[in-house]
Design a binder for this molecule. Structure first.
Ligand code: GDP
Ligand code: MG
Length: 173
C-alpha cells in the first residue's frame, strides 16, 4: 500500500479548501471557514496501483506553524495555489515555494502550480501564459482549475501523485 502526503499551500482565499473538498468529496462548498487547517484522506488508483492520499489543506501563510513544518517535512507533493484574479497570490507563492524547498532541503520536489478560479472572466487579471511562464521557471507542472466548475481539479492531484511515483521509481532503479 502506498501512502502519500500532499500539502496544499497558497494565500488565503485562493480556493485551497474548495479545491480540496471538491477533490475529496466531489462537492463545491461556497464558504469554508478560512481558519480551518485540516487533513483529508482519499484513495485513488493510478496504473492499477491503489494509493492512499492524505491531503493537508493549510490555512494562513504569514507564519509557518510547527504543525505545518512537520507536514511539509513529511509531505511528498505540493500544490501551490493562486487565484487568477489576484496577482499578489501568485507573487506570494515565490516565498512559499522557497520555504518548502528549504524545509525539504531539496530543490526538486513534486510540485504543481495551480491557477484557480479559471471560471472568472470579468475579474481575471492573470492569463494562462502567466502561469505557464512561472511553471517553466520553477520546472514544475501547471494547471488552471476551477473548484466551482470542477475543471482540472482531479488532474492536479493525479499529476502530483504521478510525479511522486516517477520520482520513487527513478530512485529505486
Ligand atoms: P482558501 O482560503 O484558499 O482555503 O480559499 P477557499 O477555498 O475558502 O475559497 C475562498 C472563496 O473563493 C470561496 O468562498 C469561494 O467563494 C471562492 N472560490 C473558491 N474556488 C473558486 C473557484 O474555482 N471559482 C470561483 N469563482 N470562486 C472560487
Ligand atoms: Mg481554507
Amino acid at each position: 500500500m502506498r501512502e502519500y502526503k500532499i500539502v496544499v499551500l497558497g494565500s488565503g482565499g485562493v480556493g485551497k479548501s474548495c479545491l480540496t473538498v471538491q477533490f475529496v468529496q466531489g462537492i463545491y462548498v461556497e464558504t469554508y471557514d478560512p481558519t480551518i487547517e485540516d487533513s483529508y484522506r482519499k484513495q485513488i488508483e493510478i496504473d492499477d496501483k491503489v494509493i492512499d492520499l492524505e491531503i493537508l489543506d493549510t490555512a494562513g501563510v504569514q507564519q509557518f506553524t510547527a504543525m505545518r513544518e512537520l507536514y511539509i517535512k513529511s509531505g511528498k507533493g505540493f500544490l501551490l495555489v493562486y487565484s487568477v484574479d489576484d496577482p499578489n497570490s501568485l507573487k506570494e507563492l515565490e516565498r512559499i515555494r522557497e520555504q518548502v524547498l528549504r524545509i525539504k532541503d531539496n530543490s526538486n520536489m513534486p510540485i504543481v502550480l495551480v491557477g484557480n478560479k479559471s471560471d472568472l472572466v470579468e475579474t481575471r487579471k492573470l492569463t494562462p501564459q502567466d502561469g505557464i511562464e512561472k511553471a517553466a521557471n520553477w520546472n514544475c507542472s501547471f494547471y488552471e482549475t476551477s473548484a466551482l466548475n470542477k475543471s482540472n481539479v482531479d488532474n492536479v492531484f493525479v499529476n502530483v501523485v504521478e510525479q511522486i511515483i516517477r520520482r520513487e521509481e527513478t530512485k529505486t532503479n
